[in-house]
Design a protein around this ligand. Structure first.
Ligand SMILES: Nc1ncnc2c1ncn2[C@@H]1O[C@H](COP(=O)(O)OP(=O)(O)OP(=O)(O)O)[C@@H](O)[C@H]1O
Ligand SMILES: [Mg+2]
Length: 219
């Protein structure tokens, strides 16, 4: 369960707070999609949930873990074991090939599972890219590698920032179905930020971020 209670966040260079007493509850295994204008604070919210940054006020708990983490070591352990993050910029390791990029986190965790990795890559249609170095991939291919990397260690929470932003419509449908289905079958909680109505509608809960808060209806 994610429980976000009245968090606010302001950056020093902005007049208005980006997030203002924002609250959200997501049950274990549930999915929620978040839409909102560019600059409304969607990536900021994901970054706070991942504990990369801290809110100025309010509280965030993820399962039994209350943020902020007590140490960087605990944060690392939590992210490695429980969290899969699909960044808006893919953050692949350029010099590694596709297979090694995807396996990276599960190897750190010491539980890489080649068969499961192949299964995930098959769902995302990238098995044929296995040996290709990351720097030779198209944007959409990098995106699918980043999604595979976020799912392959079977996290309990996946945070996805525009996971289909670089894909054509047919590939977007296939990839978003793979993302939702995988999370559902693993009972993984999923928070998806997207500009796509089709991707957003697949979520159990739909929210719109505006004026620093989440709403249940579009403006
Ligand atoms: N590290 C930062 N330092 C200062 N300002 C920031 C920082 N990160 C984000 N902002 C500001 O906070 C606001 C929200 O940014 P954020 O990236 O969360 O928007 P977004 O909803 O994800 O937009 P997009 O749809 O374009 O990705 C923007 O005005 C941005 O300039
Ligand atoms: Mg963003």
């Amino acid at each position: 369960m994610i429980n976000i209670n009245a968090i606010s966040k302001r950056y020093s260079n902005t007049d208005a707070p980006v997030l203002s007493k924002l609250s959200l509850t997501v049950a274990d295994g549930e999915s929620v999609s978040i839409r909102g204008a560019s600059g409304s604070g969607k990536s900021t919210l994901l970054s706070l949930i991942a504990g990369f940054e801290s809110p100025d006020s309010g509280s965030i708990t993820i399962g039994s873990q209350t943020l902020p983490f007590s140490s960087e070591k605990n944060a690392d352990r939590f992210r490695r074991q429980a969290l899969g993050v699909i960044f808006q910029s893919y953050n692949l390791i350029e010099c590694l090939n596709v297979w090694d990029n995807i396996a990276f986190t599960s190897r750190l965790k010491g539980n890489s599972d080649d068969e499961y990795q192949l299964h995930i890559m098959g769902l995302l249609g990238i098995t044929h890219l296995k040996n290709k170095p990351a720097h030779q991939l198209s944007g959409g291919e990098q995106q699918r590698v980043a999604i595979s990397r976020a799912l392959v260690h079977k996290p309990t929470l996946v945070l996805a920032d525009e996971p289909t932003g670089n894909l054509d419509e047919a590939t977007s449908d296939k990839v978003s179905a793979a993302l939702y289905d995988t999370c559902q079958s693993l009972k993984t909680t999923l928070v998806v930020v997207t500009h796509s109505d089709d991707v957003a509608r697949m979520a159990g809960q739909q929210r719109w971020l505006r004026h620093g808060q989440l709403h249940s209806e579009p403006a």
